[in-house]
Write a protein that binds this ligand. Structure first.
Ligand SMILES: *Cc1c(COP(=O)(O)O)cnc(C)c1O
Length: 433
């Protein structure tokens, strides 16, 4: 078999062989295993600013940013200092701290729809808890999710399989019971008619709609005009809880998240990734009457030994304060527009059918000849071509997400020159496809 890369990755190969003896598939999260592009994962030694360094001594411009969190760039001095300072005072207490209130105040000030917030340890925990709260508050069982939207590995949300029409959920994973997934209704993203029909059919049984207000987890798919508004309107009419999963988009597309860009207000919001500044932290929050139903002020159970952990809240607060006081969003938009146009142009020059879909500093170059509105269209992408593009860019020192169905991210440390280098590399690689 032809080698996927020209560079030597001998140390990474050895590290991977060792890891495969120890962990399922050699990794602690499946996307890291590079299965979508073939080949073996690169093991990382360290990161700084816009760069990743692998253990074979290669440097890459990083376009995954730990899959979203690193909007300030890697190892930002003020974030590192905040973590070190917190660690010196102990790593966990199991008792309240003022640091938790500080981060909560920052989140509530940033996202107007959040009156109260609960800190957890991951995005998965945030969505799982928000769903439980919606069910507890409404006394209803059914939830609506959209195919190609990822909300973490919550049993009831691991359902999106091949659904081109409204149907009862079929689980994506062994171990998720039919009983669990039966109450998950799966619809196509951006399909306003299907959503309206579902509510006409059984709206009074639906506890919640959960959605990514801009999808990142099937590649970057923005909402069509009217989609979020329709979800809001139906939830009002049927007293259903509208949950925006902003684990990826929160503090990424704007300081106030996607809801501030589109002007649609959810009842509950889930956060993760950037809110923890690269540490394991998530959050969910929203309307006070809902949030006050969480134990111990209410009856809906949710807890966590490491929730509101001092190192994580220190990293989160340091990150949010930097984003608030010196917002990078105008620069991210300007360089994002340049990168998006540059990658599109490189594909066009090489005669490669493509669509560029972008919001600010998250985007995807789809190897497809039609717009992607949902999971149905996403199926038509040329994943073989994508894999060759990915490995070609690795050889040029550019580390893109290792799947056609992931959005790329960049940070405030990516300069004009870095973006230019990336576009030049894409021209070279795409011309050879
Ligand atoms: C990453 C992600 C999650 C899951 O967060 P984890 O911290 O990996 O558990 C949930 N929802 C969305 C939209 C995400 O992008």
């Amino acid at each position: 078999m032809e080698s996927l890369t020209r560079l030597s990755h001998l140390k990474s190969e050895a590290a991977y062989a060792r890891a495969c003896q120890l962990m399922p598939g050699g990794v602690n999260s499946p996307a890291r295993a590079f299965h979508a592009v073939g080949g073996k994962p690169l093991f990382i030694q360290q990161a700084a600013g816009p760069f990743l360094f692998d253990i074979d001594g290669h440097r890459y411009l990083d376009y995954i940013g730990s899959w979203g969190p690193m909007i300030l760039g890697h190892a930002h001095p003020q974030v590192i200092e905040a973590i070190v300072h917190a660690a010196e005072r102990g790593t966990s207490y199991g008792a309240p701290t003022e640091a938790e209130s500080e981060l909560s105040e920052l989140v509530i000030a940033a996202v107007p729809s959040i009156d109260k917030v609960r800190l957890v340890s991951s995005g998965t925990e945030a969505t799982m808890s928000a769903i439980r709260l919606a069910r507890g508050a409404t006394g209803r069982d059914k939830i609506i999710k959209f195919a190609g939207n990822y909300h973490g590995h919550v049993d009831s949300l691991l359902v999106a399989a091949g659904s081109s029409a409204a149907n009862l959920g079929v689980p994506d994973s062994p171990g998720v019971t039919a009983g669990t997934s039966r109450d998950t209704l799966v619809l196509e993203y951006n399909d306003i008619d299907a959503l309206s029909e579902m509510f006409a059919d059984c709206g009074h049984e639906i506890a919640a709609i959960i959605l990514e207000p801009i999808v990142g987890n099937m590649g970057c798919v923005p909402p069509r005009p009217g989609f979020l508004e329709t979800a809001r309107e139906l939830c009002n009419r049927y007293s259903t809880v509208l949950i925006f999963d902003e684990v990826m988009t929160g503090f990424r597309v704007a300081y106030g998240g996607a809801q501030s860009l589109y002007g649609v207000t959810p009842d509950l919001t889930t956060l993760g990734k950037i809110v923890g500044g690269g540490m394991p932290l998530g959050a969910y929050g929203g309307r006070i009457d809902l949030m006050d139903q969480i134990l111990p002020s209410g009856k809906v159970f949710q807890a966590g030994t490491l929730s509101g952990n001092p190192l994580a809240t220190a990293a989160g607060s340091a990150t949010l304060k930097l984003l608030r006081d010196a917002p990078p969003y105008a620069q991210l938009e300007r360089l994002g527009a340049k990168l998006g146009a540059g990658l599109s142009h490189a594909a066009a020059a090489a005669g490669v059918p493509h669509r560029m879909q972008r919001v600010g500093s998250m985007m995807t170059l789809f190897f497809a000849d039609a717009d992607i509105f949902g999971w149905r269209e996403a199926q038509h992408c040329d994943r073989v071509k994508f894999a060759r593009y990915f490995w070609g860019l690795i050889d040029e020192g550019v580390y893109m997400p290792c799947s056609q169905f992931e959005a790329l991210f960049f940070s405030q440390t990516h300069s004009e020159e870095h973006i230019d280098h990336t576009i030049d590399a894409a021209h070279k690689v795409l011309a050879q496809l």
